[in-house]
Design a protein around this ligand. Structure first.
Ligand code: ZN
Length: 178
């Protein structure tokens, strides 16, 4: 079971890194809206049901990401755009619409019996890897001051992600949080 996850995650780590490098955006806190625009994805903000954070759909072969206009938290929206961009990068040939509910704890939840459960996990892994590339995390962790009493907060601010997303990513990358 572990090996399947490892293969999947390595694939996603490589894919996200090459996307960033190819687009000259392999840096901390890059502009995700500009990245999405490079793929001619229409990014729109619209009123959606309050429990929905965003969605991805292909309409007439044109990719569209919709973000809930009621969500004013920029970090949450950034993660949602990265998640939907994950659906574009990994699942756009599925002829399916991906509607994403707001995360209850750390990330967008999906039920195990949901037919898209695996794809939702992939999109979450994609978003985390895109916004917090392993190499850049390792680099920035080295540069954190030893007297910094809240390194997770410092890293989260640099990478423009929530502290919970950063904590989760650091744990996944094998860092011990104190
Ligand atoms: Zn999703």
């Amino acid at each position: 079971m572990n090996s399947i996850n490892t293969i999947m995650y390595n694939y996603i780590e490589e894919k996200t890194e090459s996307i960033l490098v190819e687009n000259n955006m392999f840096r901390v806190g890059f502009n995700i809206n500009s990245l999405v625009e490079k793929y001619h994805i229409q990014l729109i903000t619209k009123k959606l049901p309050s429990d929905i954070s965003g969605l991805f759909v292909m309409t007439d072969h044109k990719p569209v990401i919709v973000i809930n206009e009621e969500e004013k938290n920029k970090l949450r929206n950034r993660f949602t755009i990265a998640h939907e961009f994950g659906h574009f990068s990994l699942h756009r040939n599925d002829k399916s619409i991906f509607i994403d509910k707001k995360p209850k704890v750390l990330f967008r939840t999906s039920e195990k019996n949901d037919k898209n459960y695996h794809k939702e996990r992939e999109a979450n892994a994609f978003a985390a890897a895109l916004l917090m590339p392993k190499k850049l995390i390792n680099q920035e962790v080295q540069e954190i001051s030893e007297v910094d009493t809240s390194p997770v907060k410092t890293l989260a601010q640099r990478f423009k992600v929530s502290e919970s997303a950063m904590s989760f990513r650091l744990i996944n990358l094998g860092f011990e949080l104190h």
